[in-house]
Design a binder for this molecule. Structure first.
Ligand code: UDX
Length: 429
């Protein structure tokens, strides 16, 4: 098959490279010429494990080509995937301007019976808008379907190759057959539903996971007041098969490019169709104020950050990515600076962006250089190298009062205290 994937953001590049690896001819299309030129040289504009290898293999095979030209890619394509961004509009709803612009631009080049697959996260009703934009420009027959993505940054390639499930939102049998063929090499369960159900499944999954994190953070707050250990509570509830023990870890709340946006968008969508938005709004509110609440508590616990040297470890929103969208560091570092702390920072992958976000701060080449002489160490992200610290060395090179704030509960509180650290975790006494 020949496939065009419009949008060479995170989802678009992963999707293009994966489909090319299945033996299809794939055009990754974007209006950004600079990005396309780099991609054609094998330079992926963000860090994602294994993606550069997959892109390089695709380019080498000749099956993967990046282009800015709709006229080159779309006329040959059996499937055109829309994977452009849907930023939130001012009222919180998904702004469809890039989706509809892509629809308009492809329309003059469509061959008959092309499948237009919307992968961008969009609310029900969007496919009709896409259809209408295309129909205004052409008389050829085409179908509009939904193909939501569920990949996680940091493990996007393996998530795409081995997904838990592939959700295909389509109604016509012939179209469903083609899409099943396209996804055949993927191991996960294929779930065929209507486009509306597929779109709701995407929002529901993300909103549910976001509320799960918010919920456990609320419980962690209670544990901090009553002597319970959140990790023990999770172990105990996780044994209940209805609940499970995964995807529960407490922290400073969820971040990234999906959860914050999708929870807000689902709330705005509920409002727009005259439905209640209560729970969704509450999840968003609680998550939004979590970091500042915790920072206030940490400030008290350390006797004030003012004039203290604080080493912040982990600047991305989570491990194995350099994506900083809604990363805790974006709130933590400005707060520390405002309080008058001397901030030092380290991240295995985030570097160039640091000055733009935080102004001039010390950015260590390695973690031990960063923690040298720090009185407080704050672990924000569980990068492998940050959760395997040589604790003895850490104790020796940090300064009194040797405070360690572990926002990911990666270290054993008893061991840390035994080593002489003043340890602060999440949801522990
Ligand atoms: C998420 C969904 O998992 C994915 O299916 C969807 O397609 C896009 O959104 P992603 O944002 O890449 O993916 O990351 P994920 O690993 O799910 O983490 C999201 C946020 O929640 C991060 O800030 C993470 O640190 C936080 N989180 C996650 C927790 O605080 N606790 C947890 O138990 C899990």
């Amino acid at each position: 098959m020949t496939i065009t994937v419009i949008g060479t953001g995170f989802v678009g590049v992963v999707t293009s490279a994966v489909f090319a690896s299945f033996g299809h001819r794939v055009f990754g299309l974007d209006i950004d010429e600079g990005k396309i030129a780099k991609l054609n040289k094998g330079k992926v504009p963000f860090f994602e494990p294994d993606l550069d290898t997959l892109v390089a293999q695709g380019l080498q095979s000749g099956r993967l080509v990046f282009t800015t030209e709709y006229e080159l890619a779309v006329p040959d394509s059996d499937i055109v995937v829309i994977a452009v961004g849907t930023p939130s509009a001012t009222d919180g709803t998904a702004d469809l301007k890039f989706v509809l612009a892509a629809a308009k631009q492809m329309s003059a080049c469509l061959q008959p019976d092309t499948i237009v697959a919307v992968k961008s996260t969009v609310p029900p009703g969007t496919n009709e808008k896409v259809r209408s934009v295309i129909e205004d420009e052409t008389d050829v027959s085409f179908s509009v379907v939904s193909l939501p993505e569920f990949l996680k940054e940091g493990s996007a390639v393996s998530d795409t190759l081995n997904p838990d499930r592939v959700v295909i939102g389509a109604n016509e049998e012939k179209v469903i057959d083609t899409l099943l063929k396209l996804h055949e090499p993927m191991r996960g369960k294929k779930i065929i539903v209507s486009p509306e159900s597929a779109q709701m499944a995407k929002y529901t999954a993300n909103a549910y996971l976001a509320q799960r994190i918010t919920f456990i953070n609320q419980i962690a707050n209670l544990c901090e007041k009553n002597g319970a250990h959140i990790e023990d509570v999770i172990q105990a509830i996780g044994a209940d098969a209805r609940i499970g023990s995964h995807y529960w870890y407490p922290g400073l709340g969820y971040g990234g490019s999906c959860f914050p946006k999708d929870v807000k968008e689902l709330a705005a969508y509920a409002r727009s169709i005259g439905e209640g938005e209560g729970l969704l709004v509450k999840i968003d509110e609680l998550n939004d104020k979590r970091i500042s609440q915790k920072l206030g508590e940490f400030d008290k616990a350390v006797g004030g950050f003012k004039d203290k040297t604080v080493a912040v470890l982990g600047l991305s929103f989570k491990k194995n990515t350099n994506d900083m969208r809604e990363a805790p560091s974006l709130k933590v570092i400005p707060y520390l600076k405002e309080q008058g702390a001397i901030v030092k920072a380290f991240d295995p992958k985030v570097r160039e962006e640091v000055e733009q976000h935080f102004g001039k701060i010390f950015l260590g080449e390695d973690v031990y250089e960063t923690v040298q002489d720090a009185q407080v160490v704050i672990l924000l992200v569980e990068w492998d190298e940050l959760v395997q610290l040589d604790l003895q060395k850490l104790k020796e090179i940090t300064k009194s009062p040797h405070i360690f704030i572990d926002t990911r509960n990666q270290y054993d509180p008893a061991k840390m205290r035994h080593l002489g650290f003043s340890y602060i975790g999440i949801g522990n006494p």
